[in-house]
Every structure is written in C-alpha cells, then in structure tokens.
Design a protein around this ligand. Structure first.
Ligand SMILES: [Zn+2]
Length: 412
C-alpha cells in the first residue's frame, strides 16, 4: 500500500482545527511520479523516469483536455484560506474539521486527493453572511465556481473548477433546542431514546432528520460515501452519534458490489485482533461515535466468542453498546455487562410496518414502556413515513412529560 501521508499532510495544526484523514481503504497504488515527496532524481534512473513522466504529462496536456485541474498545492492553499476566513468571521471560536476526500476505493484510478471537506460550526447564525462573502471572494480569486445549498439548518458551499468539485464547505449552526435542560431537572419523568439506524445512505433523509427539533441518536453505517459527512453534521447539529456496526446475519447474502462481507462486518470466527482492526477502520469513517449498536447480526450477536472479542475493544475506546436485539438468542448484552461495557437493549422497533399510522402506534408503545419502566429505547429507520411519524408524534409525547434523551443516558 502506498504511503498516503504526503497526500494527506495536515495543512495546519492550529487550535480548534482538527485534521481527519479519511482512511477509506485506498487500494490503488500512487505512481511515484505523482508522489509529493521523494524526488525522482534521488534514484538511479531517476532522470529517465522523470523524462517519461514529463512525456506523460505533456501528452495529457496537449491531448486537448484543456482543463487545468487544481493542483494539490493550490487546493490546499484554498483550504487554508477558507479556514482563516472562518476563524476571522467566528472570532476563532469555531470548531473546524478538514476531511480530505480521495478517489473512492475500487475506482481503478490512482489514489489522489480530489477534494477537501471542511466543516465549520457557527456559534451565531448572524455570522453566516460574513462567511458567505469571504467564501465568494476566495472562490473568485482562485477562479472557482461556487454553489450554495441549504438543508436541515445547514448551508453547504461547493467549490469547483470545470465541473470537478474541489471543496465542500459545510456550515452548521447547532440547534439551541438540543442543548436543553439537564436531565436532573426532569428526574422522575419517563425517558425515551430514539435511535435512527442505517444512516449514511440517504442525504435527503439525513437533512429531514437533522431538522427535527428534538434530540435523536443517529446510528451511521461505516465505509459509505456519506458516513463521515452525516456523522459530522449530525454531531454539529447536537445529535448523538453511534457506529451502526454491521454484523453477520443468519441468512447469507452478498455485500454491496465489489465488497466482500468480511471487509465490512463482524463475522463468527474472527479473532480479537481482526475484530479490533475492523472496528478501528469503521470508526475512522464515523467520527464522533459515542457508542455502537448492531446492524443485522442475528448470527453474530448469538456467538459468545465473537461478542467476547468485541466488548474489550469497545471498553478500550470508552464506547457503550446498544443491543438492537435482532434475535432472541442474543448474548451481546450479557457479554457487554460482563466486560464492563455500559449497555442497554432496544425495546421497540418503530417501523417494521412502514406506514405512518403503524409507526405512531409503535411510538405510543415505546412511550408506554418508558412510563412503566422509567425508560425505553426505540429504533427506527430514515424513511419518509418514519420521519413524518416522529415529526408528529414526538412533540405530543413531550407535551405529556416523556423526556427525549440520547441513548448514552440509558446505558447501565
Ligand atoms: Zn441496521
């Protein structure tokens, strides 16, 4: 595997700025001619190689594609300017994260930096206009086109040249309503946590969910093109993030095309090292995860050795575990408890029947469980009927004294 550190080099180590390389497994090898460090002339035969490289570049240039894509250096210079502008506008109080995007695995193309994703939190919505002006000025200076889109309380600016996106700038204003009264004020009220599973596929569904004015626990599948983006935005909106950990189901099926299941899920027979490194890779694509719940896993959660391999890896990272209970034979909760991992179990699936009426009835069932037992966890999916039912049903539950909480508040 080629060393990507040159490509992913941090532009800055200033405070409040996190630089988070997305380590999508990049299988393609970077041709040495494109390596940012290590001159061709350092090696015997280097001059010849350099000449070949020059020829290739010249051919590409004169082949008449005519486009001059942004060089890596210029792309990074623009990123630096965006970061400086955001710091100026927010009085250096913004949390800024840069996540570089490389060509997706399996595309066959060389691994190259294609764009930077920049996440900016505004403390005050009134800063948005000044930031917009500054971004427009940067785009003009670098001859980039700029496109603005707004959804779910977020503004996104895409910079591009000749139709190739170079920067996606995500500007997020936290929902004030999410940082609400501490739980202690409402002790004694029934508590309900709602987890939305399978996040990371659907941009529009994420936008609708992030606009809902109550706290949600967003469980994001790893290794999807939108995993990091959805996790980063939901976190900045004030929601809680879980890694939706794929686990082996009872029925065998293929993974997404080109991907074997071994790469993307925990399977019976994996040893603790394999579990640990699979988990590590998944967490890199789901930033801010506070805990984990299982996706599928009817076979995996019933397998004690696998669960005993997983739990220490969660404990080490201070992650809690929510058992989705996709099988009655699950041993995951017990294994978590024995390993000292804070854990809880799902009570109600909201949308097995995906009609709004059925989901409202399930929500009512979850509220009744919460009233009887003090708390309950319900799980739904980012589908239109679920989102509509939550938008209608949750404010009504809240008005009856049911307190919406994050999953982390219900683990023991
Ligand atoms: Zn799932």
């Amino acid at each position: 595997m080629a060393d990507l550190r040159g490509i992913l080099a941090a532009p800055s180590t200033r405070p409040n700025i996190r630089f988070q390389p997305t380590k999508h497994k990049v299988r393609a090898v970077i041709p040495k001619a494109f390596m940012p460090e290590g001159s061709l002339f350092d090696r015997p035969g280097g001059a010849a190689a350099a000449f070949v490289a020059f020829l290739v570049i010249a051919i590409v240039f004169f082949a008449g594609c005519g486009k001059k894509p942004l060089s890596k250096a210029e792309l990074r210079a623009v990123t630096d300017e965006v970061v400086s502008a955001a710091q100026r506008v927010t009085g250096r109080k913004s949390e800024i994260t840069i996540r570089p995007e490389v060509q997706p695995p399996g595309s066959g193309a060389p691994a190259e930096l294609t764009a930077d994703n920049i996440y900016i939190s505004l403390a005050d919505p009134s800063q948005a206009e000044a930031l917009k002006q500054a971004l427009a000025e940067i785009a003009r200076r670098h001859k980039l086109s700029i496109a603005e889109s707004t959804a779910g309380g977020m503004i996104r600016y895409d910079f591009s040249r000749d139709g190739n996106r170079t920067h996606a700038i995500h500007v997020v204003t936290p929902l004030a309503v999410r940082s609400r009264a501490p739980v202690s004020h409402l002790r004694g009220n029934p508590q309900l946590a709602i987890i939305l599973d399978d996040m990371g596929h659907d941009r529009a569904a994420a936008d609708s969910l992030l606009a809902l004015p109550f706290p949600l626990t967003i469980s994001v599948l790893p290794h999807l093109p939108l995993s990091a983006e959805v996790a980063e935005e939901a976190y900045r909106r004030g929601d809680q993030i879980l890694l939706h950990l794929p686990m082996e189901p009872e029925a065998e099926g293929g993974g997404p095309e080109g991907v074997t299941r071994e790469e993307i899920e925990l399977r019976v027979g994996m040893n603790p090292d394999q579990v640990n490194s699979a988990l590590e890779g998944m967490l890199e694509t789901v930033p801010h995860a506070a805990g984990v719940n299982n996706h599928e896993g009817s076979r995996a959660t019933a397998d004690l050795p696998l669960m005993q391999a997983l739990m220490p890896a969660l404990r080490e990272r201070n992650l809690f575990f929510i058992d989705s209970r996709t099988t009655a034979a699950t041993v995951a909760y017990d294994a978590a408890e024995r390993a000292g991992v804070p854990a809880a179990s799902r009570k109600v699936f909201l949308d097995d029947t995906p009609s709004k009426e059925a989901i409202l009835a399930q929500l009512e069932l979850a509220a009744r469980d919460a009233s009887r037992d003090g708390s309950a966890i319900a799980i739904g999916h980012p589908r239109p009927a679920t989102i509509a039912a939550l938008a209608q049903g949750v404010p009504e539950l809240e008005s009856r004294g049911i307190h919406l909480v994050f999953a982390s508040e219900l683990v023991r």
